[in-house]
Design a binder for this molecule. Structure first.
Ligand SMILES: Cc1cc2nc3c(=O)[nH]c(=O)nc-3n(C[C@H](O)[C@H](O)[C@H](O)COP(=O)(O)O)c2cc1C
Length: 207
């Protein structure tokens, strides 16, 4: 079988992790290397990944995440943080993002103008910069889920949290970041819940 499909068949949203079973450091780093390689709009990498293994911090995070047991029973919790205001056209972070590509002055001007035009006509009329960055964070989330599954590590994506409370626990107030989404990683305890999917042909349309 295609190894990606095989990994995706293994993956499910793990509700019950085996407490105390740790993901080896090297495996965790490999999973995060897959997050790090995720694509992003204009290559701006509008994220940061907090890998939290510390038990005390996870205990404090849990009430902010609907008290979900995966936060403390898993081996590690990855909080994917999204940039917001630093992604606005004209901001230094944006300029640096383009500058590292080795563009000359006129190429820089063209790239920055295209970025600004796209942001003003396509992004901001529809969503906040936080929402735009978060959409991209979910690509990294998918890569984490798939990478973990490919090495037999279970995961649970978690959107069931109070954002403000999570931001406070992680002391994000004075940073450039806000919480986008959370993912718990570890090893399943026992049988998993059945998988439900609508029929392939009702979801996938070829034209
Ligand atoms: C963005 C997102 C947020 C989710 N949040 C939670 C959550 O907070 N708690 C939870 O137990 N499952 C959560 N899930 C898991 C979904 O319930 C699960 O993916 C869905 O029911 C399909 O099941 P499967 O992933 O096992 O195939 C989330 C999934 C996604 C993609």
């Amino acid at each position: 079988m295609n190894p990606v499909l095989e990994a995706l068949n293994f993956r499910h949203a793990c509700k019950q992790f085996e407490p105390g079973r740790e993901i080896p450091e090297e495996t965790l780093r490999e999973i995060m290397a897959c997050a790090h390689l995720s694509p992003s709009s204009f290559g701006l990498e509008p994220w940061k990944f907090l890998v939290i293994r510390d038990d005390a911090l996870r205990q404090r995070l849990r009430p902010a995440c609907w008290n979900q047991a995966q936060i403390t029973d898993s081996s590690a919790v990855v909080v994917i943080l999204a940039r917001s205001e630093t992604l606005k056209a004209g901001q230094e972070y944006v300029r640096q993002g383009f500058a590292r590509k080795g563009l000359d002055e006129s190429q820089m001007e063209t790239a920055l103008a295209r970025f600004q035009g796209h942001q003003e006509s396509e992004v901001l009329p529809r969503m906040s910069l936080y929402a735009w960055a978060s959409k991209q964070c979910y690509i990294a989330l998918a890569n984490i889920l798939s990478a973990a599954a490919s090495v037999g590590v279970d995961s649970c994506p978690i959107e069931g949290f109070e954002k403000q409370a999570v931001d406070e626990v992680l002391e994000l107030e004075k940073t450039d970041f806000e919480t986008a989404v959370v993912v718990a990683l570890g090893y399943r305890a026992g049988e998993q819940t059945p998988r439900y999917r609508y029929d392939f042909d009702s979801i996938v349309e070829f034209r």
